[in-house]
Design a binder for this molecule. Structure first.
Ligand code: SAH
Length: 471
């Protein structure tokens, strides 16, 4: 390497990962290369580059800020047939260093042939999100079984089919989710039985958190499973744009709940999931927010476990996180709230048996899920247990979606606000001083900025409500 600054160090890091022995010629070294030198990871000659320095090199990188030195190094290298890369000067390069997606031993490279490194990086970003980080581990598994699979399936077509199933079916999913022993077991079983890789034709259930509404908030893993699933079982909280991200030809089953009217009761849903999996299907159970936060995910996997159906749980952004972020209400804050509690406001037999004393604590944010119907009750009890009538509180309707609306008031005004403006479910109630931070953060302004990019709010709603509150 000719040159020892930060750009050179980035190339050095890549080359070092690939196992290169690196010699750097440069009067000085930048911070990163100095560190590598201290670890004896590179050899350093502290001087200017001279003709003849490149003898014996296998590869040359020139990354000085002196165009003339770079040119000379390039000429010397090319005269001796040594591949050379001069950073940001494609005309002096005999090879380019593409942007790479490293899932060692799997490596994918993106090149624009030097036309636009930034574009290459953007494409790389998209690929990064498509290629699970577990691909490296999957390749390791494949390599471990390679010889045995070759002996087992002498016919190349059978072998190819075997690998195609393994590398995208249940084995792969288990590797990605870190269940390596289970993946090994399935491989052993498949080798022994020469059958398809799903155990006894058994499918699998993925309990996927779909987040609060904005499809951008899905995790990579959620998206991948959604695109593999044969069946999607979803409920009312799943927004249309999210549903549309499931596989086109997947069967879609709606099991939603409309207020208190259930299309399908929980026990039936549990049994349905088990039944579909036993038919050999890959079932995505798509739930709003996070499956383990007021999502009855626990009950669903109980049934699956009891019936020996394999399953995975994929976390999602829960409504409290989503609504907070999209409405400018930090749930905790050094000065205003040291704890946050998520609690259900769902009425059971027309009453709400909560530990009000524990909820009505200073410096605590309380987030009520499913609390719209019991809002008057909630505001009343919190005050009765010692919280101030002036404590700020907010309603966030359909948070993170284009229909998001935020209503702010206090424990004493919020009920009247809800009666007047009639927010629709799903709506979240956030109680605590942090609600006021929206004003301090000047959130209206940034709210409008956000609106242009990903979410469109109804800007008129906020100032109007604000006035209603103060009058
Ligand atoms: N598992 C879900 C919660 C299901 S309970 C999660 O983790 O978010 C349903 C309640 O969640 C609704 O009554 C409402 O209070 C809240 N909720 C879900 N999505 C919401 C959204 N986009 N905006 C506001 N509240 C939401």
């Amino acid at each position: 390497m000719v040159g020892g600054g930060e750009i050179a160090s980035r190339k050095a890091a890549l080359l070092q990962n690939a196992g290169a022995q690196i010699r750097v010629i440069s009067p000085e070294l930048g911070v990163s290369l100095s560190e590598l030198k201290a670890q004896n990871a590179i050899e350093h000659e502290a001087r200017e580059y001279r003709q003849g320095d490149l003898a014996g090199a296998r590869l040359v990188i020139a990354a000085t800020d002196d165009a003339e030195v770079n040119r000379q190094a390039s000429e010397e290298a090319q005269a001796h047939g040594i591949p050379v890369n001069v950073v940001d000067q494609p005309e002096l390069c005999s090879f380019i260093m593409p942007s790479i997606i490293d899932r060692s031993p799997v490596i994918a490279a993106v090149s624009t042939s030097g036309a636009s490194p930034v574009l290459a990086r953007l494409i790389r970003g998209r690929l990064e999100s498509l290629i699970p980080s577990g691909y490296g581990r999957l390749a390791e598994l494949a390599s471990r079984f390679r010889d045995r699979v070759k002996m087992r399936f002498t016919n190349p077509t059978d072998r190819r089919r075997f690998w195609e199933e393994t590398l995208q079916g249940g084995v792969a999913e288990r590797v990605f989710s870190g269940h390596h022993e289970e993946a090994n077991r399935l491989m052993e079983q498949a080798l022994a039985e020469n059958t398809a890789l799903t155990t006894d034709g058994m499918g699998e259930v993925y309990l996927v958190g779909g987040g609060p509404g904005d499809p951008d908030l899905l995790s990579f893993r959620a998206l991948r499973l959604m695109q593999q699933a044969d069946v999607v079982v979803y409920d009312r909280l799943i927004s249309k744009p999210i549903l549309e991200m499931t596989r086109r030809d997947a069967e879609r089953i709606y099991v939603g709940k409309e207020n208190n009217h259930h299309v399908m009761c929980q026990e039936d849903i549990n049994q349905l999931l088990a039944k579909l999996a036993k038919q050999g299907k890959r079932v995505v159970r798509l739930k709003g927010g996070d499956p383990f936060i007021f999502g009855r995910g626990g009950e669903e996997i109980d049934t699956l476990a009891a019936q020996g159906v394999p399953f995975q749980v994929v976390p999602g952004v829960t409504a409290a996180s989503g609504c907070a972020a999209y409405s400018g209400i930090p749930l905790t804050h050094r000065d205003y709230a040291q704890s946050v509690v998520f609690v259900t406001g769902h009425l059971k037999d027309d009453s709400l048996n909560l530990n009000w004393k524990a909820l009505a604590q200073p410096r605590q944010t309380v987030v009520f899920y499913m609390g719209l119907m019991s809002l008057p009750h909630i505001c009343h009890e919190l005050q009765a247990h010692g919280l101030s009538a002036d404590l700020p509180a907010a309603l966030v309707q359909k948070g993170t979606t284009p229909q998001q609306k935020v209503y702010t008031g206090t424990l004493s005004t919020l009920t009247a606000i809800a009666e007047k403006y009639k927010p629709k479910p799903p709506t979240l109630i956030i109680v605590g001083e942090v609600v006021e931070l929206r004003d301090k953060l000047n959130w209206y302004k940034s709210g409008e900025e956000v609106a242009e990019e990903s979410v469109s709010f109804e800007p008129a709603a906020w100032p109007e409500v604000e006035r209603a509150v103060s009058s």
